[in-house]
Design a protein around this ligand. Structure first.
Ligand code: NDP
Length: 341
């Protein structure tokens, strides 16, 4: 089974009709060229950045998918055959070049071996020990340099990135305020240790909800959503506050007509704010990566970190699993289980 893109979608919401799920003959060992491996996919990761790759745009930090070709992304799988000296049959691998296919051939370059001694389920490498969690680390710790006693506000706080932001900040003695789009998600944020949390869809006013949760203002805003939430957060920042500009999911499906226009940008000057825009892939080659692995794997071993996964079964359900992210239908880190480990 393989998932291909029917057409690129520059703006507006993609639909299931934009994807094709087809069964075909699996690639075979005999097709391997030197340096390639044949991988059986176990899990694929659904990530908001993939919306940008559906758009056909050419000015992004990551290449767009092409109409008529399979889509790809982060995944975990097992090597079934290898023509690379780096991997052997049976190795567990992860990386960002997983084709959305049951089996696929890829260059071994760019994939990483998961040691059999890792002691954690392989899907963890797409979540708590993977890209979303490192994103939380870079934005919160490396860039915003939080101090005990400060207040951090996190949007999409029950999601893949947000859950870790909440817990890293809490572990450093911050007051943590989280927001999410359902009461169940709000309860989860509180269970992770947040001091206050609210459902941004049902509060009377976003502004008063933030003020109630953080009467003295916000030192750090970890922005996952952009749009109106960012606008209102800007108003509630303390002087010299920092913003980790991680993502703007509320705008990924926007059209020229529906795009939200920020009105409070002048506070960046008036309150002397610093906004850190960042892309996590820039940080794997910096000391932040080993700091992250040490801290989070240590917390995992000591049972000091919780992480909610949201698993959908079957590659044929992959396109819907991805589209759900943009409607808040995931609860926790959304992955697709393609085959049994
Ligand atoms: P999540 O697991 O949090 O899933 C997305 C969530 O976003 C949804 O569950 C929903 O939560 C929320 N959401 C969806 N649509 C809207 C909307 N219109 N308005 C407000 N909230 C919405 O995703 P991730 O944790 O993987 O990603 C979070 C953010 O981080 C994204 O913006 C993503 O692009 C960004 N990111 C950036 C990286 C970087 O390198 N800069 C790397 C990884 C992620 P709810 O129900 O609470 O609304």
């Amino acid at each position: 089974t393989v998932v291909t893109l029917n057409r690129t979608i520059p703006s507006g919401a993609p639909t299931l009709q934009d994807f094709k799920v087809a069964s075909g003959s699996a690639p075979s060992k005999g097709e391997l060229k030197t340096g390639e491996i044949l991988v059986r996919t176990l899990y694929l990761s659904c990530d908001p950045y993939m919306r940008g790759r559906l758009s056909g745009r050419t000015d992004s930090y990551v290449a767009s998918f092409e109409a008529g070709k399979p889509i790809d992304g982060l995944g975990v799988g097992v090597v079934e055959a290898s023509a690379s000296s780096d991997f052997k049959e049976g190795d567990m691998v992860t990386g960002p070049t997983f084709k959305w296919a049951t089996r696929f051939i890829t260059s071994a370059a760019g994939l990483t071996k998961i040691p059999s001694s890792s002691g954690v389920p392989p899907a963890y490498f797409l979540g708590v020990l993977g890209m979303p969690s490192f994103t939380a680390y870079v934005g919160t710790i490396t860039l915003c340099k939080p101090k005990a006693g400060e207040t951090i506000l996190v949007s999409a706080a029950s999601g893949a990135v947000g859950q870790i932001v909440v817990q890293l900040a809490k572990a450093r003695g911050l007051r943590v305020v989280g927001a999410a789009g359902s009461d169940e998600k709000v309860q989860h944020i509180k269970d992770l240790g947040a001091d206050a949390a609210f459902n941004y869809k049902t509060v009377k006013s976003l502004d008063s909800a933030i003020k109630e949760a953080a009467p003295k203002g916000i030192d750090i805003y970890f922005d996952n959503v952009g749009g109106e939430f960012l606008d209102v957060a800007l108003k509630n920042m303390k002087p010299n506050g920092r913003i980790a500009e991680c993502g703007m999911i509320s705008q990924y499906n926007a059209t020229a007509e529906s795009a939200y226009h920020i009105q409070n940008l002048a506070y960046v000057v008036m309150k002397k704010l610093t906004i850190y825009g960042f892309i996590v892939s820039d940080y794997y080659s910096t000391p932040a990566y080993s700091e992250f692995i040490n801290e989070v794997s240590g917390m995992l071993k000591e049972n000091k970190i919780k992480y909610k996964m949201d698993e959908i079964s079957g590659l044929e359900n992959g396109p819907q699993a991805l589209l759900d992210l943009f409607e808040g239908k995931n609860f926790g880190k959304r992955i697709v289980k393609v085959s049994e480990p």
